[in-house]
Design a protein around this ligand. Structure first.
Ligand code: ZN
Length: 242
């Protein structure tokens, strides 16, 4: 029995990338999240790009680039201090260092795990990282309250079995980490579009689900994972939400 509850949320940024576009440039963030519990345990949400992917050829340079490992080190933590890893999905920028957590329990939606394990080419690049034989996955089915104040929300569309996170903090109240169910604030609307690799019908259903939850749960802050313009306004580590 645990009565531990979330006390702090740290946003761990990997940097900002400016992608040129015909009209206005796209300001893209990437990162992961650390949740500290009242009993001192640490939960990491996603693990970031693997080392071989930084400075990828052909992509613009990332400003203030910092890895997941460096972000943890700056908080005096190492991967060994992480008890639980919540895996939102296995895209390479989210699951590229899962193999650094063989001692942790990794939690993923069963439908996503099975899709990726079936050999889907989208997740083949990072497979050595997320499908390492030493890793212990806990497979869950749909919305799941992990502990009081931390609920995993099944939000397919970006990919099957993607999950978002609803978090309750003592002072801030409810925070919704949309992750890639809604990557940019401009997409947090029921008449949005989807990218070619996404399932539009599921994207719309998941967006509507998160809009409803944000309203029903009186969410104080919705964080959009790749919205660099929003991240520039958020508290990032070493600052935290409590
Ligand atoms: Zn992403």
């Amino acid at each position: 029995m645990t009565t531990a509850t979330p006390q702090r949320l740290y946003l761990l940024p990997f940097g900002i990338t400016i992608l040129p576009r015909p009209t206005t440039p796209l300001v893209m963030s990437s990162g992961c999240y650390l949740v500290q519990l009242s009993d001192g345990r640490n939960i990491l949400i996603d693990t970031g790009l693997p080392a071989e992917y930084t400075h990828a050829v052909g992509t613009p340079p990332t400003e203030n680039e910092k890895s997941m490992f460096q972000n943890l080190a700056d908080l005096n933590l190492t991967p060994a201090d992480i008890d639980t890893v919540i895996c939102t999905h296995f895209d390479i920028d989210h699951a590229g260092n899962n193999d650094a957590f063989p001692h942790a329990e990794l939690i993923v939606q069963r439908s996503h795990y099975e899709l990726a394990r079936s050999g889907h080419e989208r997740f083949a690049d990072g497979r050595a990282h997320w499908d390492h034989p030493d890793l212990r996955y806990r497979l869950i089915d749909g919305d799941t309250e992990l502990l009081p104040g931390l609920t995993l929300l099944e939000t397919s569309g970006h990919t099957l079995g993607h999950q978002s996170v609803l978090l309750h903090l003592p002072n801030t109240g409810n925070i919704l980490l949309a992750i890639d169910a809604v990557s940019f604030g401009s997409q947090f609307t029921i008449d949005r579009t989807a990218s070619p690799v996404e399932d539009l019908e599921q994207v719309l259903a998941s967006t509507r689900k998160l809009i409803d939850i944000a309203e029903r749960e009186k969410v104080a802050l919705v964080i959009f994972h790749h919205d660099g313009k929003q991240w520039q306004t958020l508290k990032t580590a070493p600052a935290f939400y409590d």
